[in-house]
Design a protein around this ligand. Structure first.
Ligand code: C2E
Ligand code: CA
Ligand code: CA
Length: 761
């Protein structure tokens, strides 16, 4: 019970005073503590919580004020109400001092009992109230803390719920991507984006997905985000066990590494300190790849995070597995198992697609049906296995005859089809069919022995033969049947017209070949005239074919065919050799500085070094100095295969031969392209000269070409000059050289010799 009573401290150096005060205060419900000195008082204060202190002011060693000062300086007694007991003689200054150190009140000696009692009880009362307030404040504080704690807990739970929700959304998004009809790479890119967008994951927007290459067991980077160029190179392939990703692959465990520059086996420029997760993409024991995600440098791994990432990785594995299954199924559904060629299903698909496209582009589609002759015999006599090997080899051979954009399919048995979509050149059909027949007629070396078969091909054309896939197939089939009955190793077109057209071409080619061998070719020469001096400075060699029963045939009728077949190589070289031979004769006659120009077909430039060898051997053989030979090439050649063309042309230049760009203005060569080629001359195309006088556009073009040539330090030849007016215009515009009917058409050797004699001398 005592402990609940308030405690009062009485300090006085005189025991008599102490007992007097005790007496007075005995009526107060409080516990009394007495001290005879400041030191004793302090000791008591350290032990007890007093509700009130009565301090005698006048005490030796430490007076009341000093004691109060100390008490107020100590936390425990800071708010202690103090009543100073002062002698009567205490002046107002002292009282002031007392208030300064924190006194609450004063009583004067001799003590008036009633005053003391009433003051003490007021203070005790106040003290009780204060205590009560303090207590409830404490309670309140406790409650507050409890509440705060509760709120924290709620926040945490909410956060957790939020994370779970976000994770669920992310996983469902991942599941959705599984069904996206896009490539695996695109799907994986989406996967990365989804992971980056999960708000509570502390991922940097940087990471990559590696897939295991089954052939090498290495990790191949399938997609990435935020990788530096150097990193892309380095991480393109990672060996198992190499770097952190390779380790995750090997250990089949998530690896978290913080600030792991040191852990990186590969250092590259721009590698900043970073942490990352390497998560193996696992299904039971098979690893499909590794997910590499970057987190900030100071990131602490969270169990929750790892849990989420590993379930995300499961979804990714599902996605990869589904893809490979799909691929397998698709392969089985669309491709022939034996040969790997598209099967009937894919063939129909491709044919329909080609037709659809051709309808829009206005181009032709060619469909070929191909059947192997005598295949049954091989099967029957050498066995099915031999037959299978032969079909595989035949498939490869047929495929080797077409372009990548064409489709070779196997319909079953020994039946194949070929689709040539977007046909631009009718000769290409013939070229392909003949190549295929040639290929199939070559004996097959099978493990079981040598087998000889051949092919029969039926050809139809969309839209001229039929306007639907079904129609085309029917016609191709019947054309093939015709080919079979006509004898083996042949092809037939569905339409009569096509057949006659093709057999005409066939005949023409055979005759041209013969004509080349029989020296039926002639060369005409057309003079080139120097505008300033008006004398012949050279001539262009233009080929003619003196075809038996047809007379002289112009190049436009046989050059395209020669270009389709390899005949152009022989033809051009024949022209070059004979033109040089003739020029040598003129040189020896005294016309020692005539430059002979020879046209080279674009096709020639594909021969590269071989062409250079041919030219140099012609020069050697004929003894014509290289500077008296000029080669004319067309603009289209420049465009075709620029790098290769430049190399070949430089080779020609290095021999000392001049190069002219023919038909200039009709193509699309850009100025910058022009500069790359070692050209000496531009030949303005005939079409610009033709209407030069009537058409002001052409005038502008011609004068522009002339000034362009001057800037590039090239000379200019105007072709097809027929009239005086044209000549005048060209002269005014400083054209160097002219060539055309105005001076002379291309003429025979005899006539050209006459021209030389008349005009030059
Ligand atoms: P090209 O190289 O542009 O030759 C100039 C053509 O213009 C020649 O036709 C020539 O007869 C004609 N021509 C010249 N002046 C005039 C004129 O004032 N008016 C008109 N209307 N025509 C004129 P050609 O001889 O029929 O040759 C045609 C094309 O055949 C040549 O065009 C050339 O591209 C090609 N060619 C000729 N010979 C050969 C050759 O040996 N090899 C190769 N690959 N192509 C050749
Ligand atoms: Ca020419
Ligand atoms: Ca020309």
């Amino acid at each position: 019970m005592n402990s609940v009573l308030p405690k009062i401290l009485i300090v006085d150096d005189l025991p008599a005073n102490l007992s007097a005060m005790r007496k007075i205060l005995s009526k107060v419900e409080a516990q009394m503590f007495e001290a005879e000195s400041g030191e004793d008082a302090l000791a008591l204060c350290a032990e007890h919580d007093f509700a009130l202190a009565l301090l005698d002011v006048n005490m030796p060693i430490m007076n009341g004020f000093q004691l109060a000062e100390i008490l107020y300086g100590v936390k425990r007694t800071k708010g202690l109400p103090i009543i100073f007991v002062t002698a009567t003689e205490t002046d107002s200054y002292q009282i002031l001092q007392g208030y300064e150190v924190g006194a609450v009140d004063f009583v004067r000696k001799p003590i008036d009992n009633r005053i003391l009692l009433s003051k003490v009880s007021v203070f005790l009362d106040l003290n009780n109230k204060r205590r009560a307030i303090e207590k409830s404040a404490l309670l309140l504080q406790e409650k507050n803390q409890q509440l705060e704690h509760e709120i924290d807990k709620r926040h945490l739970a909410e956060e957790k719920i939020g994370r779970a929700y976000e994770s669920r959304i992310a996983i469902s998004k991942l599941l959705q991507t599984v069904l996206d009809p896009v490539s695996l790479e695109v799907q994986l890119e989406t996967v990365l984006e989804i992971l980056f967008s999960v708000p509570w994951l502390s991922l940097k927007r940087k990471g990559g997905i590696f897939l295991v290459d089954p052939a090498t067991s290495e990790l191949v980077l399938a997609c990435s985000s935020g990788y530096a160029d150097e990193q892309l190179d380095i991480c393109a392939r990672i060996k198992p066990g190499q770097c952190l990703c390779g380790k995750a692959l090997q250990r089949k465990q998530i690896i978290f590494s913080s600030s792991n520059d040191k852990d990186h086996e590969f250092q590259y420029k721009g590698l900043e300190p970073h942490g990352h997760y390497c998560i193996p993409l696992l299904n039971s024991d098979q690893v499909f790849g590794v997910l590499n995600l970057y987190v900030s440098d100071d990131h602490k791994p969270l169990a929750e995070e790892e849990e989420f990432l590993s379930s995300a990785s499961n979804t990714i594995v599902g996605l990869i597995e589904r893809r490979s299954l799909e691929r397998q199924l698709k392969q089985q559904a669309q491709f022939d198992e034996l040969t790997g060629l598209p099967n009937r299903v894919l063939f129909h698909d491709r044919l329909n697609q080609a037709i659809k496209f051709a309808k829009r582009s206005g181009k032709d589609v060619i469909l070929m049906f191909l059947d192997l002759d005598r295949f049954k015999l091989v099967n029957d006599t050498m066995g099915h296995e031999a037959g299978d090997v032969l079909l595989k080899m035949a498939a490869q051979r047929i495929n080797s005859c077409v372009r990548d954009s064409d489709t070779v399919a196997r319909l079953g048995g020994d039946e194949f089809t070929v689709i040539l979509p977007q046909l631009t050149h009718p000769f290409y059909v013939e070229l392909v069919t003949r190549k295929i027949l040639e290929q199939l007629a070559t004996p097959f070396n099978l493990p079981q022995g040598v087998a000889s078969v051949s092919g029969s091909i039926g050809v139809t054309c969309f839209p001229s033969d039929a306007d639907s896939a079904e129609g085309l197939i029917k016609h191709a089939d019947s054309a093939m049947y015709q080919a079979k009955t006509a004898g083996r190793s042949t092809f037939r077109f569905f339409t009569k017209e096509m057949n006659t057209f093709m057999s005409e071409r066939y005949k023409l080619e055979a005759e041209l070949r013969k004509g080349l061998a029989n020296e039926e070719m002639l060369i005409y020469y057309q003079p080139k005239i120097d505008m300033k001096t008006n004398i012949i400075i050279g001539m262009e060699a233009l080929v003619r074919w003196n075809r038996p029963e047809h007379g002289i045939i112009l190049p436009s009728e046989f050059i395209p065919l020669a270009e389709e077949t390899k005949l152009i190589e022989t033809l051009d070289m024949w022209v070059m050799e004979n033109a040089c031979k003739q020029n040598k004769i003129w040189i020896d006659m005294g016309y020692s500085d005539l430059v002979v120009s020879v046209n080279l077909s674009t096709v020639q430039f594909r021969r590269g070094v071989e062409l250079l060898d041919s030219i140099s051997s012609i020069l050697k053989k004929t003894g014509v100095p290289p500077q008296l030979l000029e080669i004319e090439i067309t603009e289209s050649m420049l465009m075709e295969n620029v790098d290769e063309a430049v190399v070949t042309m430089k080779g020609i230049r290095d021999m000392g031969i001049q190069i002219a760009l023919d038909d200039f203005g009709t193509g699309y060569s850009s100025l910058s392209a022009l500069k790359r080629f070692p050209l000496q001359t531009l030949k303005i195309d005939r079409s610009f000269v033709l209407e030069l006088i009537e058409d002001s556009d052409d005038q502008e073009i011609v004068s522009a070409i002339i000034s362009l040539a001057q800037k590039l330090k090239m000379s200019v030849v105007a072709e097809g000059v027929e009239t005086n007016e044209q000549l005048d215009f060209l002269k005014e515009n400083c054209c160097d050289i002219v060539q055309g009917f105005f001076h002379s058409p291309p003429v025979s050797v005899e006539e050209f010799s006459k021209l030389l004699k008349d005009k030059r001398l």
